[in-house]
Design a protein around this ligand. Structure first.
Ligand SMILES: Nc1ncnc2c1ncn2[C@@H]1O[C@H](COP(=O)(O)OP(=O)(O)OP(=O)(O)O)[C@@H](O)[C@H]1O
Ligand SMILES: [Mg+2]
Length: 498
């Protein structure tokens, strides 16, 4: 054998000997194998904690890197740091060491390069624009997205808009891995609940992971014996049973079925029938955010706020929105339309061309107002009709973003109807409502004082509202009008708190 041939055979052996050492059929357990070997290009792995989601992702990445020369594979975690924490030492390096694969690890670039020239890139969704641009510009044989239930970026856009085209050249696959959580909306939730088609869904539990099954059993027995109440918590149901249940503490609004629902508006006889006030809240959007409308009503004699109707739709232009507002006015006799004024052009056009008088929504102190609104939900002072199912769905899925220290709504949850309801609720005064009493005896000192106080209060109320309307009539977006609104709102906050 000549030297050239000998050298070439040795090179070949160095490049490909790992293939004989890395036999996926022997390394992976059955459920892992069925996931890795399934030919679908879009796959999701939905399992309890410790079921081997990340390790399965690691095995899959290594197997593709070794089997396809010079290919690119990508692992995406929530953050670059968490991605490294999960996959680097405990998975990729572990696999490399166990099967002597000779993978070259670059800890600062977070790349793992195999002997046949393939590279596994590790990154997080928080990676800077430059890094993301570099990574997303490549062609991929396999993309693994771990912790898929916790992403705050739009996974639909990332997968269908960016990654899918990047896998076409190499006939690559995209996989989502995760356990259930509080975010009951978005792509991963839809895939795991069967609402999204085109994905092959795999489910198993830690009992199916032979490397952990014994410890898992002991852990569950320990919980049942020593911490049985933990089994009733949403966290237990999410992590140990992989059920989609929301931790109520994470919900932004305290709407509850039953407590916050009504069948019929109360009827008030005689003149009192005309004492209803109707407010329409409007949140403007186009695409992908919808425009959203919520009608609320309150009565001078009733301290409850009734949410009567709601509607949301994408791609409504200014005329569509103006027409919808007119429809609501005709249907319910709306007294006031409160609109998100961020899109001033649209609002001014509706005012001028479509003759729809509008009040700009006050958006300051949103979190504080949500808390006040929640106190009213808890007391059953806000009730929703049967027509408000879309709003109820938003209330029961909108969660706080626990990745932020400051209270912020989760960016992946729909909140447009919630916002419209909040805008309108801020302009309702049902908390001041009272059942009329019999005429006071003004010769009685106590009754006289109470009556005079009430008259003063009502007069102040009227003055404030008149002043507010007047100022708004001149220029609804004038800053001083907004300042004045701030004062008015402060007055009402104090009132509500009292
Ligand atoms: N094929 C395998 N060979 C060896 N060990 C394995 C294999 N599959 C899984 N394991 C082990 O099972 C354990 C759990 O795996 P892993 O960390 O991937 O679970 P997970 O579902 O991602 O957990 P978490 O929910 O905490 O993210 C780990 O210790 C891992 O090393
Ligand atoms: Mg994991």
């Amino acid at each position: 054998m000549n030297v050239e041939l000998q050298r070439s055979l040795l090179n070949h052996a160095a490049k490909y000997s790992h293939r004989s050492r890395f036999n996926i059929d022997k390394i992976a357990f059955n459920k892992q194998l069925s996931f890795i070997k399934h030919p679908n290009k879009l796959k999701a792995l939905f399992c309890t904690r410790r079921a081997a989601k990340s390790y399965t992702g690691g095995l899959y990445l290594v197997q593709e890197a070794l089997n396809v020369d010079s290919c690119n594979c990508l692992y995406i975690g929530l953050t670059r740091l968490s991605a490294k924490g999960i996959i680097w030492k405990d998975v990729l390096k572990d696999i490399d060491k166990r099967y002597k694969l000779g993978i070259k690890f670059n800890g600062s670039e977070l790349t793992a390069t195999t002997g046949n020239g393939s590279v596994i890139y590790v990154t997080g969704a928080d990676a800077g624009d430059d890094e993301m641009e570099k990574l997303l510009g490549k062609k991929y044989r396999l993309v693994i997205i771990d912790e898929a239930a916790s992403f705050t970026i739009d996974l639909r856009r990332l997968i269908y808009g960016i990654l899918k085209p990047a896998t076409v050249d190499q006939g690559g696959s995209i996989c989502l891995l995760g356990t259930s959580g509080n975010l009951t909306t978005g792509l991963f939730f839809d895939i795991t609940t069967g609402a999204e088609t085109g994905w092959e869904l795999f489910k198993w539990s830690a009992f199916d992971n032979p490397h952990i099954a014994k410890q898992w059993k002991e852990e569950l027995e320990d919980i049942a014996l020593n911490r049985p109440r933990f089994m009733e918590t949403p966290l237990f149901k999410q992590w140990y049973l992989n059920e989609w249940v929301i931790d109520d503490d994470k919900l932004v609004y305290r709407f509850s079925y039953g407590r916050n629902e009504y069948d019929h508006l109360p009827s008030y006889p005689g003149q009192a029938a005309s004492k209803w006030q109707y407010v329409l809240g409007v949140d403007l959007g186009y695409h992908p955010d919808p425009s959203a409308f919520v009608v609320v009503a309150f009565h001078e004699y009733d301290t409850t706020l009734y949410v009567i109707d709601c509607f949301k739709q994408v791609e409504m232009d200014i005329t569509d929105v103006a027409n919808k507002i007119k429809w609501f006015k005709a249907e319910y006799g709306i007294d006031r339309v409160v609109i998100d004024g961020a899109n001033k052009q649209a609002v001014m056009e509706m005012q001028k061309r479509h003759d729809v008088p509008l009040t700009p929504a006050d958006k300051t102190g949103k979190v504080d107002f949500i808390q006040i609104m929640n106190a009213e939900f808890i007391q059953g002072k806000i009730l929703l009709s049967k027509k408000c199912q879309d709003l109820k769905d938003e209330y029961l899925s909108l969660i706080w973003n626990d990745k932020k220290i400051k209270k912020e709504e989760h960016p992946n949850c729909d909140n447009h109807l919630c916002d419209s309801a909040l805008y309108s609720w801020r302009y309702c005064y049902q908390f001041l409502s009272k059942m009329p009493k019999e005429s006071p005896n003004l010769k009685d000192k106590k009754q006289y004082i109470a009556h005079t106080q009430k008259l003063l209060e009502e007069s102040l109320e009227r003055q404030i509202r008149n002043q507010e309307d007047q100022e708004r009539g001149e220029d609804i977006f004038h800053t001083s009008a907004m300042d004045n609104e701030g004062d008015v709102m402060n007055y009402y906050i104090n009132k509500r708190r009292a």
